[in-house]
Design a protein around this ligand. Structure first.
Ligand SMILES: *Cc1c(COP(=O)(O)O)cnc(C)c1O
Length: 355
């Protein structure tokens, strides 16, 4: 029997922020979704409740051993109602991350139903100004108060939501990226392909160093050879080399991005050659010398497409496409955002209507 989700509405609603000044992850909606797990009971007590603090024992395992996973997806307000972009993929991926972090699998249907109920209650929070959306953050934390190093016997799954602004306030702008040759993000066999907190904590120092030097993100190389391209910050990465679009294959240390998957699908649909394979930094530099490194861009839910205008590696600077957004990058961006906001047809059935 399907478990019942209860709804407790907030007594007082918050004032909504100015949709033109949302930024990213600064405001939270009136409600949140909570689902509990205990080894004896499984996942249970799903409920929509007013957005609130949570109380945890200081010994809760998440604080000590980082047993936690998260997801990120968006809801869009279109002329034909509120739409989610490929949401079932996020819940599938959540369970893949769970498996790697020894967190019990969640009932994907129940978690998704929780999201739908939450969205229903907070539907007025989906912003309508062009480029804005409601960012949705599902996550799981280990809550058992016990310092032994073993999987927690209890967990909380929660969903919080935040109205976010247009990622590029003044149109899509290429970013400068530092190719990191000292620190690494992940290695195959580790947790690089899970969306788990430790990967991000481990990347902060390199990111801060890159920022000090005027770069907005880090391009990670593989942890073994320090040679093969992995990802950019928390985005997957693509290069257009002599007309062929190349992206690192899923090798166990990078994230299986849903935007990455959407971009590959779109390119194939257009008949643009696309290859998932190993790409070395040397290959990119050689292509740059030959004039065949035509475009580069990152992909992720937050920015969708983030064009790369410059790479720095071992003190050398490599400007790509004159530091401008490439034609193909712009076309992909316009197409995916157009599908998301309902202005373009959705030939792949990516959008899911809330109602
Ligand atoms: C979330 C994330 C991505 C992008 O995934 P999307 O599903 O496209 O949002 C890429 N790399 C890392 C490390 C991520 O955390």
């Amino acid at each position: 029997m399907a478990e019942q989700i209860t709804i407790e509405r907030a007594q007082q609603l918050k004032q909504k922020p100015d949709e033109n000044k949302l930024g990213f992850g600064q405001y939270y909606t009136d409600h949140m979704f909570i689902l509990e797990y205990h080894a004896d009971k499984g996942w249970h007590s799903g409920r929509v409740v007013p957005y609130q603090n949570i109380s945890l024992d200081p010994a809760a395992k998440v604080f000590h051993y980082g047993q936690t996973v998260f997801e990120g997806l968006k809801a869009y307000r279109t002329e034909s109602g509120i739409k989610l972009f490929r949401p079932t993929k996020n819940f599938e991926r959540l369970n893949k991350s769970n498996a790697r972090l020894s967190i019990p699998p969640i009932d994907e249907k129940l978690a998704y139903e929780g999201l739908i109920q939450l969205l229903n209650v907070d539907r007025d929070w989906v912003p309508s100004v062009e480029g804005t959306s409601l960012y949705i953050r599902p996550f799981i934390i280990a809550t058992e108060a016990a310092l032994g190093v073993n999987p927690s016997l209890s967990y909380l799954f929660m969903i919080i939501m935040s109205p976010v602004g247009a990622y590029y306030a003044e149109g899509v702008n290429p970013v400068k990226i530092h190719v990191e040759s000292h620190f690494v993000r992940a290695v195959a066999g580790g947790v690089g392909e899970a969306k788990t907190a430790g990967n991000y904590a481990a990347g902060l120092n390199a990111q801060e160093e890159a920022k000090e030097q005027g770069y907005s993100q880090v391009l990670w190389l593989d942890g073994v050879h320090r040679k093969f391209i992995e990802e950019v910050g928390s985005m997957n990465v693509f290069f257009k080399l002599n007309g062929v679009v190349v992206t690192p294959m899923l090798n166990g240390s990078i994230l299986d991005g849903i935007t990455r998957n959407s971009v590959i699908t779109l390119l194939k649909h257009w008949g643009v050659p696309v290859e998932e394979r190993r790409v070395s930094i040397d290959e990119l530099i050689e292509a740059h010398h030959n004039g065949t490194l035509e475009e580069a861009f990152g992909t992720g839910t937050a920015a969708v497409i983030s064009p790369i205008g410059e790479l720095s590696y071992h003190g050398e600077k490599y400007v790509i496409n004159g530091g401008e957004t490439g034609e193909l990058s712009a076309k992909i961006y316009d197409t995916i955002t157009g599908i998301q906001n309902g202005k373009l047809e959705d030939p792949f059935g990516w959008l899911v209507a809330l109602d």
